[in-house]
Design a binder for this molecule. Structure first.
Ligand SMILES: NC(=O)c1ccc[n+]([C@@H]2O[C@H](COP(=O)([O-])OP(=O)(O)OC[C@H]3O[C@@H](n4cnc5c(N)ncnc54)[C@H](O)[C@@H]3O)[C@@H](O)[C@H]2O)c1
Length: 355
């Protein structure tokens, strides 16, 4: 028998701003992900978009006009503005380190796109800067806010599934020559910091470690199967991850598929198997099944990114205004980066890596 659940958004996120404080926001980087941020800011009662920055002046002009705010081409100029409270960083990966450190040292709170940085060392320095300056650092792992992710996390925490025993996950998306040629930083070790693992699959890796726990070891291999000559980095990767609680996870990711399929994730638990593939199917040991439909599936937007940027951004602002710490901080965000960097090292040396 199938049981259908209705999923609801966590109530505190969209409670709305009843106070007098409205945060002033600047966004650095007006590329592909920019409008997801700008639209969320526009809808928020907690914040107002005051400035956009892009080294491409035409792009900065267009977005400043569209969102009725000021434009800059040098991010350091916007950091000089006393009225800006929060800076969103939506730039290529290699710029995350300097921009976030500069922003926090200028007194701004930072909401940073993933990955936190392209090296663990830089990520640690970003975390240290947040501590020293007392600024809030949030990182965009919006898929933790997907209704299906929230449901799985709560279900696991409730103990109904029992202990997790194993996990398998597949992420098969499509990225072609035109995508990689659309910007100079894509597909490079020095600017993107890797391929599918550090970019497209990072959200899945974050979810896996969020559901399962602390990593112990991993063995991985990466390859460039279809995009040789187009990118330096991997288009395909696989890894076996061992967790401190004994769980083993098999993970495969590739951008060589013909479409962007939703993540397939299966958690084998003592009392049930939880299968996420857009919707959730829970199959209990006694054969009973529960089906949880993903309410975001039909809402439009870039569904394979997840539709939860707005929820994350709203939560980040409400935490700032309430003086609470934000749950996806640098310490949380560095976990998936450490896994990715270990995977690259394991593939290079052919050896397992211990954390
Ligand atoms: N969370 C998600 O689901 C998600 C989705 C897409 C992208 N992203 C992340 O967002 C970030 C940006 O990705 P994108 O796809 O929008 O990239 P993009 O190349 O489309 O846009 C980057 C923008 O930054 C600008 N830029 C470059 N150098 C700059 C500088 N020094 N100062 C100001 N602007 C500068 C570029 O001109 C460009 O407009 C990356 O970290 C990426 O991984 C996250």
């Amino acid at each position: 028998m199938k049981h259908y659940y209705r999923l609801v958004t966590e109530p505190d996120i969209f409670a709305g701003n009843e106070g007098e404080k409205v945060l002033s926001i600047a966004v650095i980087g007006c590329g592909r992900v920019f409008s997801t941020h700008a639209d969320a800011i526009k809808k928020s009662s907690y914040a107002k978009l005051k400035a956009v920055v892009d080294i491409d002046e035409t792009r900065a002009d267009e977005m400043a006009e569209k969102y009725n705010c000021e434009k800059y081409t040098d991010y350091r100029d916007v950091l000089k503005r006393k009225d800006i409270d929060v800076v969103h960083i939506c730039t290529p990966h290699h710029l995350h380190f300097q921009m976030s450190v500069d922003a926090m040292n200028s007194g701004k709170h930072v909401l940073l796109e993933k990955p936190v940085a392209i090296s663990v060392n830089d990520a640690q320095k970003i975390i240290e800067t947040a501590k020293v300056t007392g600024r809030s650092l949030g990182v965009c792992f919006q898929n933790r806010y997907n209704p299906t992710s929230v449901w799985i996390k709560q279900f696991l925490d409730s103990g109904r599934a029992g202990r997790i025993i194993g996990c398998r996950a597949f992420l098969t998306w499509s990225r072609d020559k035109d995508y990689y040629n659309s910007a100079q930083w894509r597909g490079t070790w020095s600017m993107e910091g890797g391929g599918i693992l550090i970019n497209q699959a990072l959200h899945s890796i974050d979810l896996i470690q969020w559901f399962i726990g602390e990593t112990d070891w991993l063995k991985a291999s990466i390859d460039t199967r279809l995009l040789k000559g187009v990118i330096e980095v991997e288009d395909t990767a696989e890894m076996t991850i061992g967790f401190k609680n004994g769980v083993k996870c098999l993970f495969y990711a590739s951008v060589c598929y013909t479409m962007n399929s939703p993540l397939f994730l299966e958690l084998h638990c003592e009392n049930a198997v939880i299968t996420l593939h857009d919707d959730i199917l829970v199959t209990y040991s006694d054969g009973k099944e529960e089906f949880i439909r993903n309410p975001d599936k039909t809402s439009g937007g870039v569904t394979y990114w997840g539709l939860s940027h707005e929820k994350l951004i709203e939560d980040y602002y409400s935490c700032l205004i309430a003086g609470k710490s934000f749950r996806i901080d640098g310490e949380q965000a560095i976990k998936s980066l450490k896994i990715v960097k270990a995977a690259y090292e394991s593939s290079r040396t052919g050896k397992p890596i211990r954390f």
